[in-house]
Design a protein around this ligand. Structure first.
Ligand code: F6R
Length: 263
């Protein structure tokens, strides 16, 4: 592992040789936070990225190192429309990859409902729940290859509340791997907005693979812009990045060039 620092930016960035190492380090970080506060409010993400983290958290829970009995979870997003019982729903994903294997109470799980009759009302309802808690203690984030966090897609503004979003062509293609075919990927989703993500007391963002390198460079190095929604994290009060070498590659070459060519 090496810790890197971008001149002028004060958020910690940890770079690991492998995805497994990055996931284990993220799990140590999350576990240490949960140990400090039994009724922890934990914001969660879906997708391939957090699977290694979830595997490690399951292990720690089974060994008795962390207890989820009083923890409440808040997921970032859910496809719309989708039945929560559909095996491609994010709720099913969370059950399979985390919830069914830890001592978390089902009533402590929060996730937008993909089959609510009115998505805008469901978004309002989820936002009210998020406002009532005043911000999760820790939000786990992945990043889309287009820089999205949650399903906040590239836009000309940062949308603050939970909202219904039209998924980009890029996101639909990226996520087609979870569905029988690309045409089965829902075109919409309900997502936590940037407001709730920024209200989180801490955030961690995990990224692995070359296909994330550009989004990570834009998010961490360039001036924050809604064209890369993750770039707003530069303004977060407590964000830590766990990257594998591939995801960090464009930042690493920027830093090398900066050293080789000091101004
Ligand atoms: C999903 C979510 C998304 C994913 C992103 C990366 O809850 O929040 O922002 O983190 O699409 O997905 P993977 O990890 O599958 O590359």
């Amino acid at each position: 592992m090496k810790q890197i620092q971008i001149p002028g930016k004060n958020f910690p960035i940890f770079v690991y040789d492998t995805y497994e190492e990055a996931s284990l380090a993220a799990a140590e970080f999350v576990a240490a936070e949960i140990k400090k506060k039994p009724d922890f409010l934990l914001g969660l993400a879906t997708g391939s990225t957090p699977v290694g983290l979830y595997r490690a958290l399951i292990e720690k829970n089974k060994k008795g190192e962390i207890d989820f009995s009083e923890v409440k979870t808040y997921n970032l997003d859910e496809y719309y429309p989708i039945s929560p019982r559909n095996e491609q729903s994010f709720l099913s994903f969370m059950k399979e990859n985390l919830f069914d294997h830890i001592n978390l109470k089902p009533e402590n799980v929060h996730i937008p409902c993909g089959e609510a009759p009115d998505p805008n009302l469901e978004a309002e309802h989820y936002e009210k729940e998020l406002l009532a808690i005043g911000g999760v203690d820790l939000q786990v984030l992945g990043i889309g290859s287009d820089g999205h966090i949650g399903f906040n897609e590239p836009d000309d503004a940062f949308i603050l509340p939970t909202h219904l979003v039209t998924l980009t062509e890029q996101t639909i293609s990226d996520n087609a791997r979870f569905f029988p075919s690309k045409k089965d990927v829902p075109t919409h989703a309900l997502t936590m907005g940037i407001g709730a993500i920024m209200r989180a007391k801490k955030c961690i963002l995990i990224a692995n693979g070359k296909n994330k390198a550009r989004a990570i460079r834009e998010a961490l190095l360039e001036n924050p812009s809604p064209a890369n929604q993750a770039s707003i994290l530069q303004f977060h009060r407590d964000v830590t990045f766990f990257l594998d070498h591939d995801a960090a590659s464009e930042i690493l070459s920027f830093l090398q060039d900066a050293v080789a060519d000091p101004v």
